[in-house]
Ligand binder design. Structure first.
Ligand code: TYD
Length: 221
């Protein structure tokens, strides 16, 4: 028995976390055997890597592009070994908040060559692909504003809540890379406009997930 592998991708502020939560609640409610996880940070050691990757270090030192890439892949290799492959082998539905496409989009936008990503994928993924990737698409101009508002309401320091023009430009490149992935993999990727109301986006996502689950033999009606 082989499970069903679903990933959700998108730029920051695209409503990804909300939709992961809604979809996982729906699947849980239906009683499906489910594993919900995220990258980076889907294992205990991966959470250490997540902290090293995403939190600012007191020294002010930041990762060079290659080191960052390898840490994301270290997290992914551990996640695949301990969580993803075993769950799929047990026939479960695996729902991931971010996976390989995020590396192609973010580290690609930071200048890592496609060929390097292909080599790491050969080593770590060994041909494993999601059955479905839900890609939430939104103009970063809008999505980053959402993040700013959220940060402000959480009382973050003002200096950390504003995205400058260089960051906006980076996120535009990330979005374009996500769009290119969707175009190159039309059978795997469902590109979904994320500016619509949350309920509407949820319904469109379910419209793509339900047939996949049905075809895998899960009762979802
Ligand atoms: P995430 O926890 O999804 O944050 P958010 O909810 O703000 O989108 O992702 C953490 C960050 O890590 C996000 O900025 C994207 C980045 N990331 C990469 O750069 N490469 C990767 O391979 C992954 C999985 C994430």
């Amino acid at each position: 028995m082989q499970g069903v592998f679903i990933t959700i991708e998108g730029v920051e502020g695209s409503g990804k976390s909300t939709q992961v939560l809604r979809l996982s609640e729906r699947l849980r409610h239906l009683g499906l055997p489910l594993v919900v996880s995220k990258e980076p940070g889907g294992t205990a050691l991966g959470r250490e890597l997540r902290r090293l990757l995403l939190e600012r270090h007191p020294s002010g030192e930041t990762w060079c592009a290659e080191a960052e890439l390898l840490l994301f892949y270290a997290d992914r290799a551990q996640h695949l070994e301990l969580v993803i492959r075993p769950a799929l082998a047990e026939g479960k539905v695996v729902l991931l908040d971010r996976f390989e496409d995020s590396t192609r989009a973010y580290q690609g936008a930071s200048g890592v060559a496609e060929a390097s990503l292909d080599r790491l994928n050969d080593l770590v993924l060994r041909g494993l692909k999601p059955n479905l990737t839900v890609m939430l698409d939104m103009d970063p101009e809008v999505s980053l504003q959402r993040v700013e508002v959220r940060n402000l309401s959480m009382g973050a320091e003002f200096a950390e809540t504003r995205f400058d023009e260089a960051e906006l430009e980076f996120h535009r490149r990330v979005r374009n890379r996500f769009l290119a992935i969707a175009q190159n993999h039309p059978n795997r990727v469902a590109l979904i406009p994320a500016r619509d109301p949350v309920d509407q986006v949820e319904a469109v996502i379910w419209g793509r997930v339900a047939p996949l689950l049905r075809s895998a033999g899960f009762g979802v009606d």
